[in-house]
Design a protein around this ligand. Structure first.
Ligand code: SAH
Length: 464
């Protein structure tokens, strides 16, 4: 985004334009919709400009712009349609500290004027950074047709009613009220009897909504998958679409958070392996507090929320508070990682069971656990296993594991930065240290990437 769209407050600001022809007229028609103080410098102004000056809508100076003419200018339009004159006036304006637009000259402009759909106070600005003016015109025409002309009036009346609407609880009840107003009751009242009838209708509508029983809050525990937004389930997308509050871990990718409703409150509770994190008790309390206020809460966890996600503690907190909940499963990191290396988690004749382990509390493993894991053909997926690699290696070798047992570490599975480190139990700690993996990584004991998977460009063999 080379040009950042903003809406500029124009009341009391000075906007200066040099030029008196077609280009000047086009810009002035837009500028006159604002309360800005407008000055036009034109030796030969079009009659419309002279008329606007006569009506007191702008100040007209029938002379070429000079250095002293630009005091307090916020925006300047060079609209003489003459390259040399535009360059001269633009230089003067820039020296005076104004932001400059040279009409039809993107390169020399500090800002550009978008195509505008005007339903004041609702304004849609469309820009293509000069890439496709035709496209901007088509989009504008499309929106002009789609947005009722009464939208502006509804918004203006609605704005005056915002304080009153605060009688409704924040969140869903207030949103439902406004949705009803803009898309249902408002337009109907407008059709029926114009703005007065809209104003009359608002009070009754508010009473009607105040009388509705409050919808109880609810928590959806949602698995966000391993990172690729396309690996979200449809149910996860729908839950994000409806959420008032999204409480998420740090591993959740920005592309996925983008899918939440614009107005949703996003809370990062920063739970990530060993890094700084919000204490679990606080997370539980946060979930419950939002749900009790009537919010539809999405508790978004990476992968599948039932795998190493401390889900039960959060569910217990909901149960204790009488808050309803449900679980939306997701694709766990082991599934995405095994896909990345073209293998399957189980295989006839090799392993009929697969273990999901966490590197976090392996210290507590009993001897028989290690003895089982050390057997040939065993497959285990170790989550959060980077730091414990040397410990795991030591225990397994102690229990008789083959040094040549394949081990594969997949970092950032399913994400663009995905990396695969294929190694052996023997070389694991050293290779892992060399690879300097800083993203989330999953370690497979007993699995090597399938040879054919090496052909996938994403699969890096540099550590193999
Ligand atoms: N509930 C999650 C796991 C949470 S524990 C799930 O089902 O996947 C966090 C650990 O998951 C990380 O330390 C890492 O081991 C693993 N992990 C999460 N996303 C990953 C990814 N995209 N690639 C590799 N490992 C990942």
């Amino acid at each position: 985004m080379q040009h950042f769209p903003i809406f500029l407050a124009t009341a009391g600001r000075r906007i200066v334009l040099s030029g008196g022809g077609e280009a000047a007229l086009a810009k002035l028609r837009l500028l006159l919709k604002t309360p800005a103080r407008i000055s036009v410098f034109a030796a030969k102004p079009a009659p419309e400009i002279a008329a606007w000056a006569a009506a007191g809508k702008l100040e007209l100076r029938r002379q070429a712009l000079q250095a002293g003419d630009l005091d307090g200018t916020a925006l300047f339009y060079a609209a003489d349609e003459d390259a040399a004159e535009d360059a001269r006036t633009a230089t003067l304006a820039r020296a005076a500290g104004a932001l400059v637009n040279v009409v039809d000259n993107l390169e020399d402009s500090d800002f550009i004027t978008p195509a505008i759909v005007d339903r004041d106070p609702v304004t849609v600005a469309i820009g293509t950074e000069g890439a496709a003016p035709v496209l901007a015109r088509v989009i504008k025409a499309d929106l002009e047709a789609r947005l009722p002309v009464t939208l502006g009036a509804l918004a203006r009346i609605g704005k005056g009613f915002r304080k009153m609407a605060e009688a409704l609880p924040l969140g869903r009840p207030r949103r439902d009220f406004w949705a009803d107003y803009y898309f249902n009751a408002g337009p109907r009242a407008m059709d029926h009897g114009g703005e007065d009838s809209v104003r009359d209708r608002l009070d009754a509508l508010l009473d009607d909504h105040l009388a509705r029983p409050a919808r109880p809050g609810h928590v959806a525990f949602v698995g966000a998958g391993p990172g690729d937004p396309e690996l979200l389930t449809l149910k996860a997308r729908r839950a994000l679409d409806k959420a008032d509050v999204v409480i998420h871990d740090r591993l959740i990718s920005p592309e996925i958070l983008e899918l939440a409703r614009r107005e949703a409150i996003l809370v990062d509770v920063g739970k990530e392996g060993f890094g700084p994190s919000t204490p679990q008790g606080e997370i539980d309390a946060l979930i419950v507090a939002h749900a009790r206020q009537g919010a539809q809460v999405v508790r978004l966890k990476s992968g599948d929320c039932t795998v190493f996600g401390r889900l039960d503690e959060e569910i217990d907190a909901c149960d204790a508070a009488g808050v309803t909940w449900h679980i939306v499963p997701g694709i766990t990191a082991a599934s995405a990682s095994v896909a990345a290396i073209g293998q399957s988690l189980t295989r006839r004749g090799r392993n009929s069971a697969v273990r999901f382990l966490t590197g976090h509390d392996m210290q507590g493993f009993a001897d028989h656990d290690w003895a089982q894991l050390a057997r040939p053909g065993e497959v285990a997926a170790i989550y959060m296993g980077k730091k414990s690699a040397r410990f795991v290696q030591g225990r397994l070798l102690m229990h008789g594991a083959d040094r040549a047992t394949p081990v594969t570490v997949i970092e950032n599975a399913s994400r663009p930065e995905q990396r695969v480190l294929a190694t052996t139990l023997d070389a694991l700690p050293a290779d892992l240290a060399d690879a300097e993996m800083h993203g989330p990584a999953l370690t497979f004991l007993g699995l090597a990437p399938r040879a054919a998977a090496a052909a996938v460009p994403n699969l890096q063999k540099e550590f193999a």
